[in-house]
Design a protein around this ligand. Structure first.
Ligand SMILES: CC(C)(COP(=O)(O)OP(=O)(O)OC[C@H]1O[C@@H](n2cnc3c(N)ncnc32)[C@H](O)[C@@H]1OP(=O)(O)O)[C@@H](O)C(=O)NCCC(=O)NCCS
Length: 241
């Protein structure tokens, strides 16, 4: 049931073709997905810190406590670099856990090619795979957009937009044939980087909620993890009617 419909769009002379996944694409799709998710490590550890004043307060208190208990300015100055290292470590751990939990990506062919309710598409430019996205139909007919990632060398070429539009188009078709009707497309992101947020807004999604202290699949929420890995989950929705 390997879908191979092709959709073309272009910006300048860069023609983008969006088509269904085939087993031959596995390696490139896995690479692009993995690299995109790995970007979350620094995004969460560094950019994320600027968005969480409560974490900044804890780290400031820790610095003061070290200074008060040791009287050493050098030791106190060492707290922040250690904190940033710990944030990188726990962000990396969370991304590793997330990737392990992304069981659909472990056998893409089995998960996406054997059911009409799940699809994974990829974008190509001049024959090279440059991006990927998937769609899952939920029980209420809502379609969930997942696994959006674009090769960093091909960013800002409207690849993400073409992939997002493909998911919306899929949901529209589903809503026409299904009795439950796919009335909306939903997605969630923990990114602090503006790119995914702007992309989804540009596709017509709106942010319908934010979960503070979100528990990423694959994390264990230990005390240390909560201290060094704290993320906000943005929920986006696009209503089709
Ligand atoms: C988010 C991501 C998929 C965007 O892909 P892309 O192909 O570069 O995006 P597009 O070129 O289609 O951009 C479409 C619109 O999104 C917005 N956008 C995309 N990247 C942006 C950026 N870096 N800064 C600001 N706006 C951005 C713009 O509005 C853009 O329209 P414009 O180019 O006409 O201004 C890509 O940056 C990526 O793979 N990031 C890493 C993985 C990730 O974060 N995935 C999302 C997880 S939820």
């Amino acid at each position: 049931m390997e879908e191979n419909k092709k959709n073309g769009s272009c910006k300048g002379d860069t023609a983008i073709v969006v088509r269904g996944y085939t087993s031959a694409d596995n390696r490139e799709v896995q690479r692009i997905f993995r690299e995109g998710m790995m970007e979350m490590v620094f995004d969460t550890a560094f950019r994320g810190l600027m968005h969480h004043p409560e974490s900044q307060l804890i780290y400031a208190a820790l610095t003061v406590a070290v200074y008060a208990s040791t009287g050493s300015l050098w030791l106190a100055c060492g707290v922040m670099p250690l904190v940033l290292m710990a944030r990188c470590y726990y962000s990396k751990k969370a991304v590793d856990g997330y990737l392990k939990n992304a069981w659909d990506m472990q056998d893409i062919a089995q998960h996406y090619l054997e059911s009409p309710d799940r699809h994974l598409w990829l974008a190509e430019i001049r024959g090279s795979v440059v991006g990927t996205v998937s769609a899952h139909c939920l029980q209420d007919g809502t379609v969930e957009l997942q696994r959006m990632s674009v090769d960093h060398r091909f960013r800002r070429h409207r690849v993400g937009a073409a992939l997002g539009q493909k998911v919306v188009e899929f949901a529209r078709l589903r809503s026409q044939v299904s009795s439950t009707g796919a009335l909306s497309v939903i997605l969630g992101t923990t990114a602090y980087n503006a790119a995914p947020h702007r992309l989804y807004l540009s596709l017509g999604f709106r942010c319908v909620g934010v979960t503070e202290g979100y528990s990423t699949p694959g994390t264990d929420q230990s005390l240390l993890e909560q201290a060094f890995y704290r993320v906000r989950h943005h929920h986006y929705r696009l209503d089709l009617q």
